[in-house]
Design a protein around this ligand. Sequence first.
Ligand code: HEM
Length: 510
Amino acid sequence: MMLIAIIFIVLTLFLGHLGHHWSRNRNSLVTNWPVLGMLPGLFCNLDRIFDFFTHDILDLCGGTFKFKGPWFPSLDFVLTSNPMNVNYILSKNFLNYEKGSEFREIFKPFGDGIVTSDSDSWKSQRKSLHSIMLKNNKFVNYQDIVFRQVLEKGLIPVLEHIVQQGTEMDLEDVLQRFDYDNICLLALGFDSKALSVSFPEVPSKAAFNDIEDSLMCRYLMPVIIWKLQRWLQIGEEKRLSKAMKIADHFLYDCISSKREKLRSRNRVEEDEFDLLTALLVEQEGEILTVSGKISDKFLRDTAFNFMAAGKDTISACLSWFFWLIATNPSVETKILQEIKANSPTSKDRNMILFFTGEELNQFTYLHAALCETLRLYPPVPINHKNSIQPDVLPSGEHVDGNTRILVSFYSMGRNEEIWGKDCLEFKPERWISENGDILHVPTYKFSAFSAGPRTCLGKDMSFKQMKLVTINVLWNYQVELVEGQPIAPSKSITLHIENGLKVRIKKRDI
Ligand code: HEM
């Protein structure tokens, strides 16, 4: 009897506490529960997390929101899409907003690479990658060779095969395979041949995907839970360990064959100048030496980070692009007119159209359509930062030291204050000025490639490649959507189409 009375009192007190808490928080956009904080609201909306952040939270609270995690302290965060805050965090007060040690621990598979590092380590890697990716003529020429190769030997033959078969296909899968072949060649000089008519299983590609998914789970979970899973080697942590072994084995194999190949040479051909080569060789006149100072671990981390940054971003943007084009035929017509105006006459109609960077600058409308795609579907939807010192954001919110900040690029692209009432519509025209040039939009408003000192290093390369792919696909084929398929953004680190993009393709007669 006594026990029942005690249980009754405890229950009444607990429910009273819940009721009091609920009535205090019912006007908050997300209910802040005792013990669990706002986590239940987050998990209930996990399937539409980016729209939840955008339309259910940020649109209603002026663009910045403090999310209370459960009593484990690590899941509190500040969410923002306010352009002044974004400018402040990514550029003006850059030194106070780093990736942080907690992020590095979660993303440990990235090693000491550029994506997760801070301070001097980040600075020196940024300098070295910047000079290779943007300034090293041999590497820049090699990019063109690779782009041409993956188009000529990968994408076009596979699309021709599908046309002949007359079957439906998942265009997102094709583009992801294309992206993977491209990034493996650029980083390692290795042709993974993921894009072939047999659509092979590529273990290293599957491993990179598993790593990305498992790390996303880690990021959303209290530290103690994923660490326990890691210790017990169960669930996502087991999957991660297995995938890491495959990815590392693959990378170290490529590194050792590269060292061996370079040792036996006294010159490097222009179609071999990949990232590993650029890091390893020192050439003075005709004398080529292979640097002995660079460790395999450094090469592994650099290649892993380069591949992770560039692996799925282009294909994510292109998948959304082809979906948007198929649902906006007037945009497709205008792009086709632009391709026709800039291409050889139909008499010498080639299947593969290749343009230099300068020639691609003529494709203003296509550039606008790609920017519009990146605005609505930024491949990197969220950017992580961690505050070092307490601070006050331009919007007035106080931020404690050591606090997670999530900048939602997805929400920024759908912000009415930046883009106007028609912000949810796909309108490439909004990017074109009255005299027909591309309008300059500051990076704190259009942040698909981030902003400030950590701006994407692959931006120019990506535009070039996305233009070459879209020109060649639209020039040669009509892409039709398979009716009735669900189209929704994924809830992953890179913003894919959740269930792929099923299409039928036919030869285009121009
Ligand atoms: C449409 C394609 C792409 C988009 C939208 C994109 C977007 C971004 C974003 C938002 C960041 C900042 C990430 C962060 O701070 O956590 C970033 C960083 C980076 N991106 Fe890209 N990216 C694209 C393609 C590429 C490609 C193809 C490469 C290389 C092959 C690349 C290399 C990098 C690197 C090395 C960084 C790290 C920069 C740093 O931390 O200093 N990106 N990218």
